[in-house]
Design a protein around this ligand. Structure first.
Ligand code: FEO
Ligand code: CA
Ligand code: CA
Ligand code: CA
Length: 606
């Protein structure tokens, strides 16, 4: 397979066609299995799943709901740790007889809180294959649930302990219970996992009763300040009053961070790193720059929000010694946070919102990273470092960052250092009173999204300037507003709403989708990003009805592709009794993690 050389692993699999089947579809020559699903044992001795009779105590030991990020960290050739985010819950698909959030029992609310968070599960390889399954016997000392209900997190960095983060329960502002809406993430070069707290706003009520000076800040993060109960609220305040901002106005400030968990140290408290800023974090992915500093790339998934990067003060220490490990665990605690300003190189008149390529033949240009905070020093007028880090969106507004089409997963290729951004869609682009189309976000009412490639100047990931282009403008290739790096569009798969990105061992880019606006099921795609096959996008997999495709994760030996099937059967009006999907067991829908491998044991994709 020539692992390690960019572009050396040709993607020769036969693409699968778009479909609306209630099953998981993989290419000819591949097989797949469900690794773990909602309710399965995580902590040894967890009670068996019992539909309709699940307790919060049981759920706290079982695999959570709506798996999103997937990371697989090798222990040795035979064993690995699976680390998964549980972003949110669908109570209508979890509890028989569901009528409304208001009608849930307090214990059901607590089940939902315990179904949020993360799971760490020891896996073993099925001998000589790319298939992996949970270890079912023995101590499984790493197996662990992190929940919104009970897990304590330590706040680190310049905003930890600040007035914005103090509450009645935590007067020092340094310890938070729980993590919320963990969406994408990344595996760090030092063997930990980062996880993004995304749409934390939906868990809070009482913004109308918060102090007046806090209301604009709450509102900028999507928390209503004019009504008591925003529609769609999860009603968690019924189980824990800290979710009522009229009583605890700072509690919301304790979510929206990047979380770091060390799956190899079950005793260690996971941490929330304030140095990486607070917004609707999709995730974070790290690369070690040439000078040894580590750089984390991050997106804020909201229409017209921003793209960020963090550069550490300290340098990465290679090796597996305990000294190196302890040192590297501090890398994300201090550094410099930047937000992106992105400019096109074509005349504005050529960007008409239709997606038509400008005269120079492609969307692209230059950009720069605007410094917001370095250590304890703020670079934003009228805001302290703690202000900037806690209300990072307001800092981005002040410095004129570029309003993007919902930046989701942002990930550097570890082979080339180039960075890929999934811009999922933006129905409001170009609408009255909203930002018009620009070269990086070139379509008004953008339904299908685009991929942005960012190349740091001098190949230095700590650089403050970069070049960029759009290698893929998504949609039906028959639609003139799409672009696949100039590749023959009759040979590429239709794609809509890119969400997560990942790389295989040879540097191919894998893209999963959420909310396919072309009407078929979501799925997973792959394309080369270097060489003559750049833009030859092919569909590798589709997920069952109503699901989005999360993860994805390709193991370092290139033998296994993991995806998370999130919210199967999430269709309006569906219920446990009347499911829109019966994946994976033929009864009612359960989110689950799937592994796909080649039957002949060869490298995936090729
Ligand atoms: Fe949870 Fe931005 O997707
Ligand atoms: Ca996502
Ligand atoms: Ca990713
Ligand atoms: Ca999404």
């Amino acid at each position: 397979a020539g692992a390690g050389r960019p572009g050396s692993g040709a993607l020769t699999f036969k693409p699968i066609p778009p479909n609306k089947l209630d099953t998981l579809v993989v290419p000819n020559g591949y097989d797949h299995s469900v690794v773990i699903r909602w309710g399965d044992e995580v902590v040894p001795g967890a009670p068996a799943f019992s539909l309709g009779r699940q307790t919060a105590a049981a759920q706290s030991k079982q695999f959570g709901y709506n798996n999103d990020f997937v990371g697989v960290l090798p222990i040795d050739r035979r064993r690995a740790l699976l680390v998964v985010n549980h972003e949110y819950t669908n109570e209508d698909l979890m509890f028989p007889g569901f009528t409304s959030q208001d009608a849930l029992t307090v214990e059901q609310v607590r089940v939902a809180m315990a179904a949020h968070g993360m799971s760490v599960v020891e896996l073993e390889r099925v001998e000589n294959t790319g298939q992996w399954q949970p270890v079912r016997r023995g101590r499984r000392e790493y197996n662990r649930r992190v929940t919104a209900l009970a897990t304590k997190f330590e706040l680190t960095g310049p905003a930890a302990g600040s007035a914005w983060l103090r509450t009645a329960a935590d007067p020092k502002g340094r310890t938070v219970i729980g993590t919320l809406n963990n969406c994408a993430g990344g595996v760090t070069p030092w063997g930990t996992v980062l996880s993004g707290e995304e749409n934390f706003n939906q868990y809070f009520v009482g913004g109308d009763g918060a102090p007046e000076e806090q209301k604009p800040k709450l509102a900028r993060y999507g928390i209503p300040t004019d009504v008591r109960h925003p529609s769609g609220s999860r009603k968690w305040e019924r189980a824990d009053e800290r979710f009522d901002l009229a009583k605890h106005p700072n509690e919301a400030n304790r979510f929206g961070w990047i979380v770091e968990i060390d799956p190899f140290d079950p005793q260690a408290k996971p941490r929330k790193h304030t140095a990486l800023g607070r917004f609707k974090h999709e995730g974070a992915n790290v690369i070690v720059a040439r000078n040894g500093r580590v750089v984390a790339y991050m997106g804020d998934d909201e229409r017209f929000d921003y793209l960020y990067k963090f550069v550490s003060d300290k340098k990465f220490m290679p090796g597996k010694s305990s000294v190196a490990r302890r040192h590297n665990l501090t890398l994300l605690e201090s550094g410099t946070l930047y937000v992106a300003k992105i400019e096109g190189d074509s005349p504005a008149a050529e960007i008409d919102g239709s997606g038509k390529l400008p005269a120079d033949g492609g969307f692209g240009g230059r950009g720069r990273w605007i410094k917001l905070v370095s250590g304890n020093r703020s670079y934003v007028d009228g805001m302290t470092a703690a202000d900037v880090l806690t209300f990072t969106r307001l800092a981005g507004d002040k410095v004129g960052a570029t309003k993007m089409d919902r930046p989701e997963d942002v990930e550097p290729s570890l082979l080339t250092g180039k960075v890929y951004v999934a811009l999922t869609n933006n129905s409001d682009r170009g609408k009255a009173g909203k930002a018009p189309a620009d070269e990086a976000n070139p379509r008004k009412s953008n339904k299908h999204g685009q991929i942005l490639e960012l190349v740091e100047d001098r190949g230095d990931n700590t650089a403050e300037t970069f070049a960029w282009s759009l290698p893929i403008v998504c949609g039906d290739p028959a639609d003139a507003s799409t672009y696949f790096a100039g590749y023959d569009k009759t040979k590429v798969s239709p794609i809509s709403c890119p969400d997560n990105v990942a790389f295989d061992a040879t540097g191919n880019l894998w893209i999963s989708t959420d909310g396919n606006a072309l009407g078929s099921n979501d799925g997973l795609f792959a394309t080369a990003v270097e060489g003559p096959e750049r833009g030859h996008l092919k569909q590798f997999l589709t997920v069952p009805l109503g699901a989005e495709t999360c993860g994805p994760f390709i193991t370092g030996d290139n033998r296994s592709v993991f995806v998370a099937v999130q919210h199967p059967g999430e269709v309006s009006g569906a219920s446990v009794e009347n499911p829109a999907s019966t994946w994976p067991d033929g009864d009612f829908a359960k989110p689950g993690v799937v592994v796909t491998w080649r039957l002949d044991g060869g490298p995936v994709g090729s």
